[in-house]
Design a protein around this ligand. Structure first.
Ligand code: SF4
Length: 406
């Protein structure tokens, strides 16, 4: 019934300068973290009892910084996920500064198969600008230990950041590849409103973050990574053969997923939503023509830890009709190298008629979409101008998405 499970751990040792995720600076050893982890375990039991985790193939413990929980609490949480869903892929997000040997071994023993480590850069000056807690030596050492542990390892790197040059970007890329990781994700820095970085550079043109700089760095990354045998399978994701992240692919191919924890989102079909409603009587009745419901947990972390029942959670909700869900799937599918699934395009044609063909013609003419192995697929230019490509596909969705909160 559900393809994937996501658990959100909203604790970090310190807030990074660019971060607007649901995460809060939390002192090491704060008892709240353990209580919160137990609350997630209780919610896992509840959603499993509702049948919402049947067919769940992948799980992701993300954040925040899950490794901040420490070996005991994190291993217990991972073990709970394994006992309930036995996923074939279980990723744990980690930061180098809290990925102690004990944590690494404990999550592996508990059943994690994969680590996604937030490295961002291997330049000490750049890391300091970003407000990261680790330095390059710590990142190198901890990623090496993770690779040596036998877990699949992915590393996140960030480009177009303050102080970064073309040369330092190449050094960071080469540096993480030398550590033998199987997967690399590369992202341009987004300066989000209200973050420390935004405040610091409010009167600065931030030329280091220009779209041209972002495009040039992403293109360089492609050349380096593909040249070293990492295949690009999504706009920001590169993997050695067999090392793609199946969990993230679930998000991009429209599979249902359950998200637990403060700030976590679920995407359910109507049947899944009705099941969840049995445990959460406050959830509103879905409008008649709804096919897909997206729910985000709005309950703050302390309240969630103290009152873990699903019935106590508050949510914000989006209700999508079938045309809106199909437009969303087209948009997400355009992130993938393999492009749009033929059955998805067929359904879109039935729903949108000539509007689909008109949109596709414009995107083909602008070079944002192309044809690859008989499928419509994004081009390099399409990814570089991603907002235009995704926006044009989403614009096929008729009407406004209905929203609610409870
Ligand atoms: S570690 Fe990640 S989630 Fe935590 S503050 Fe930094 S960017 Fe945000």
């Amino acid at each position: 019934m559900t393809g994937a499970l996501y658990l959100h751990v909203p604790f970090c040792a310190r807030k990074c300068a660019y971060c607007d995720f649901a995460s809060w600076a939390t002192p090491a050893g704060d008892a709240l973290m353990g209580t919160y982890a137990r609350a997630l375990e209780a919610q896992l039991d509840e959603v499993a009892a509702l049948g919402l985790l049947q067919g769940c193939e992948t799980a992701y413990v993300g954040g925040g910084t899950p490794t901040l929980l420490g070996e005991k609490d994190l291993a217990q949480l991972v073990g709970k996920v394994v006992s309930i869903t036995a996923p074939s892929e279980l990723t744990c997000e980690a930061n180098p500064d809290s990925l102690a040997d004990e944590v690494l071994l404990a999550v592996r023993e508990a059943g994690a198969t994969r680590l996604s480590i937030g490295v961002q850069s291997l330049d000490d000056g750049e890391l300091a600008e970003l407000g990261r807690l680790h330095d390059a030596a710590c990142a190198r050492e901890r990623v090496s230990a993770a690779v040596a542990s036998g877990l699949d390892v992915s590393v996140d790197l960030m480009c177009a950041t303050p102080g970064q040059t073309g040369e330092s970007w190449l050094r960071s890329l080469g540096g993480v590849l030398a550590l033998g990781v199987g997967h690399v994700s590369v992202y341009p820095l987004q300066i989000e409103e209200g973050t420390a970085l935004d405040r610091r550079f409010s009167n600065d043109p931030c030329t280091w973050n220009d779209p041209e700089v972002q495009a040039e760095r992403m293109s360089k990354a492609q050349v380096v990574l593909e040249g070293r045998g990492y295949a690009r399978y999504e706009v920001a994701s590169y993997a050695r053969a067999g090392k793609e992240c199946r969990h993230n692919k679930a998000y991009w191919t429209g599979l249902s997923y359950v998200g637990l924890g403060t700030g976590a989102s679920s995407m359910l079909d109507l049947e899944g939503y009705l099941r969840l409603s049995k445990a959460c009587p406050r959830l509103p009745t879905a409008p008649a023509d709804v096919r897909r419901v997206r729910l985000t947990v709005e309950t703050p972390r302390r309240e969630l830890a103290e009152a873990p029942r699903l019935s106590a959670l508050s949510f914000s909700l989006e209700f999508l009709t079938e045309p809106q869900a199909v437009a969303e799937d087209l948009m997400l599918g355009a992130r993938l190298v393999d492009g749009l699934r033929p059955e998805l395009v067929r359904r879109a044609r039935e729903l949108f008629g000539a509007r689909l063909d008109d949109t596709v013609d414009v995107l083909l003419a602008r070079g944002l979409l192309g044809e690859k192995n008989g499928r419509l697929a994004p081009t390099e230019q399409g990814w570089l101008l991603g907002n235009e490509l995704y926006g044009a596909l989403w614009d096929l969705a008729p009407g406004e998405v209905a929203t609610a909160s409870c």
